[in-house]
Write a protein that binds this ligand. Structure first.
Ligand SMILES: Nc1ncnc2c1ncn2[C@@H]1O[C@H](COP(=O)(O)OP(=O)(O)OP(=O)(O)O)[C@@H](O)[C@H]1O
Ligand SMILES: [Mg+2]
Length: 652
């Protein structure tokens, strides 16, 4: 399309001349006016591409004024045509952004060049303006603030949205140092950061600024350097409001801390496990009870923690909790701590699900119930012994009365039989003497005096009586042990003779050891009485004697049924009584010596041992009697336990 040109000229001759020239050069003449007002009005309706404007016009407006209005309102390029060379007018014309001047008279070529140059300049300027406009709209409409700052930190530009973000108007910011708006706590860090940026290391930074109303606004800036003649002149930066994100982060971190404090204040184990078996939570109670530090387990697979779990039990619980979508309670889960100690846990497995209901892990809650279970077993064992004791005491009582007269009668028979033997000897002597005096009855009398059957009986009966007495004494001893072993309901401490106590335990446990071992006792006759709970001490000693019997039995199995010896002896020191129980078993392997007192530690098959005997004995002797228990063991030779109990318990 041909460019259209408006002619504003008060001389009709000039108009004609220009029309001709312009048409000749291939332009369209949009029209012509002899006054500025007419031209302005025309431009409001039609937009010619260019105006050839004479400066001297008819009407109120001269060419410069009309050009100025048209340029400002309609952005149409104006070329001034004048015969004047008056500097003042030229100066005014320049101010209105004239696109060119033509001094009359001018050549056709000059006109052509000036028009083409003006059209070109105008097109370029328009593009520039458009692009600037585009950027301005962008800058002013994005939520992020764009600002520039000179190398001294003085704000040189800030986009208007800053008012929305900070409450400060751009004009209140521009010209001031950026430090005036920064939160005092971030000031030194950001000042240092600014120096680094200016020195050539611009970086993204987060800090707080103070809004006009005192609000704290969290922002992130990222800038690049501005250069002027190759020298750093300042920074252009984009500033984003990250307050919401920061506050959400703070909330989240508060929630995290909250959970952490909560978890660490719980005395139970709380462990988080992902569906990939990775440990995600491990609270201080888990560290303490399982003996594994947080740092060594977090992020690891459960199987890599070094803890021995009864995994089949836990997996079953996990499967059940998935199936039922509810927490599953597991009783008595055995674990081996990182240091090899055995513990018993009560556990709860709960599935963890996200908002959409997808499973992402499990919470394992656990409580150490080792001591609790041991106390329960100890009590159960004590009760069992007590009821056996009560039964035994009842039976013993029943046996005791008839036994008493059996014993008395045997003694009576023994005494009487001695008289009878003396009487029979006298009779024998008389018969022999009579046989000499009465020859006709000699044979008969001698046969009567030497009746072999009767004589045999007379010789055998005392042994039978002695055996019976021995047997009766034995029964009496057992009966007494049975009565002494049972201390129904004795929770209070009493003064007791430890030798007799040991004797009764040995008698009661005879069935445990008599097939495999001899029992040798060596009791200190001067042993002082000990203030103790005899029922509990019986329980402790019984456990140790049974262990000794088991040890000898085990050794016997590998050594062709060889019998062993259990030695029980007592000694005393100042205010102390020592009980020593030795066996000739295989000894305790060094590798397990520091674990034998642990609750539930056993090397015996199920049914023969539960691993509580020594734990119970230890508890009774140390905790309940303020004493001590130790042992010495040599592989292949045997084991000797030593129990030391104070004669009178410490006060308190
Ligand atoms: N005299 C001993 N000789 C060799 N090993 C022993 C002896 N006494 C104890 N032990 C070892 O110590 C372990 C723990 O003993 P403890 O009495 O606590 O439990 P247990 O005998 O296995 O079971 P429970 O006593 O509950 O029936 C035994 O399994 C055994 O390995
Ligand atoms: Mg035992």
């Amino acid at each position: 399309m041909k460019p259209s040109i408006l002619i504003v000229e008060d001389s009709s001759l000039e108009v004609m001349y220009l029309r001709e020239l312009l048409t000749g050069l291939g332009y369209t003449v949009a029209g012509s006016f002899d006054s500025g007002e007419g031209a302005v009005e025309f431009c409001g309706k039609n937009r010619p591409d260019l105006i050839l404007m004479d400066i001297m016009l008819k009407g109120r407006l001269d060419g410069v004024e009309a050009g100025k209005i048209i340029n400002e309102r309609y952005h149409i390029p104006v070329i001034y045509v004048t015969a004047l060379t008056d500097g003042k007018v030229m100066e005014r014309a320049r101010i209105t952004h004239a696109y060119g001047y033509l001094i009359k008279p001018f050549q056709e070529r000059e006109l052509h060049n000036t028009i083409e140059m003006a059209l070109y300049n105008h097109a370029v300027t328009r593009k520039l303006l458009e692009s600037e406009e585009r950027y301005r709209t962008l800058v002013e409409n994005i939520n992020d603030v764009i600002f520039t700052v000179d190398k001294k930190g003085i704000m040189t530009y800030i986009s208007p949205v800053s008012e929305r973000m900070t409450g400060h108007k751009p004009e209140e910011i521009i010209g001031k140092s950026f430090v005036s708006f920064i939160h005092p706590e971030d000031l030194s860090r950001i000042t240092k950061g600014f120096m680094e940026s200016i020195a050539g290391r611009p970086a993204s930074r987060e800090f707080r600024i103070l809004a006009a109303d005192g609000r704290v606004v969290y922002v992130r800036t990222s800038g690049r350097l501005n250069y002027d003649d190759g020298m750093v002149s300042g920074l252009t930066s984009v500033m984003t409001d990250i307050t919401d994100r920061k506050l959400a982060e703070e909330e989240l971190s508060k929630a995290h801390n909250h959970i952490r404090y909560l978890l660490s204040s719980i005395h139970s184990i709380v462990i988080g496990v992902s569906t990939e078996d990775t440990i995600t939570h491990w609270n201080p109670a888990a560290e303490k009870i399982l003996g594994c530090e947080y740092a060594n387990v977090i992020g690891r697979k459960v199987s890599e923690t070094g803890i021995g779990w009864e995994w089949d039990v836990i997996f079953e619980g996990i499967a059940e909790s998935i199936a039922s979508d509810a927490p599953v309670h597991l009783d008595n889960v055995g674990i081996t701590r990182c240091d090899g100690k055995e513990r018993l846990l009560e556990m709860m497995v709960s599935p963890m699900k996200d908002d959409s209901g997808a499973l992402y892990g499990f919470i394992l809650w656990g409580r150490d119930i080792t001591e609790k279970r041991m106390m329960e077993r100890e009590l159960a064992q004590a009760r069992r012994l007590e009821s056996i004791g009560q039964l035994a005491a009842g039976v013993a009582h029943e046996i005791n009365t008839p036994m008493q007269y059996i014993y008395d009668n045997i003694n009576y028979i023994k005494d009487e039989f001695e008289g009878f033997t003396a009487y029979f000897s006298d009779l024998q002597r008389l018969l022999t003497a009579a046989s000499a005096a009465a020859p006709q009855m000699k044979e008969e009398l001698l046969t009567a005096a030497n009746n072999e059957r009767v004589l045999d009986n007379i010789r055998e009966i005392p042994r039978a009586i002695a055996d019976s007495l021995h047997g009766a004494e034995h029964v009496t001893r057992i009966v007494r042990s049975m009565r002494e072993f049972s201390h129904p309901g004795t929770t209070e401490k009493v003064s007791a003779d430890i030798n007799r106590l040991l004797e009764s335990v040995i008698t009661i446990s005879r069935n445990e050891w008599k097939y495999t071992a001899e029992m040798v006792t060596d009791f200190d006759p001067e042993l002082p009485a000990v203030v103790c709970n005899p029922g509990e001490l019986n329980q402790a000693i019984l456990n140790i004697i049974i262990n000794a019997a088991h040890a000898i039995e085990d050794r016997g199995k590998t050594e062709g049924g060889k019998r062993g010896t259990i030695t029980v002896s007592t000694k005393h020191g100042e205010n102390i009584v020592e009980i020593i129980i030795g066996d000739t078993g295989p000894g305790i392997p060094p590798g397990i010596q520091d674990r034998i007192f642990d609750p539930f530690f056993t090397t015996k098959e199920a049914g023969r041992g539960t691993g509580q005997g020594l734990a119970i004995a230890h508890n009774i002797i140390t905790k309940k009697h303020g004493g001590g228990i130790s042992f010495r063991s040599t592989q292949g030779e045997g084991t000797t336990f030593s129990i030391k109990i104070p004669v009178s318990p410490a006060e308190g």
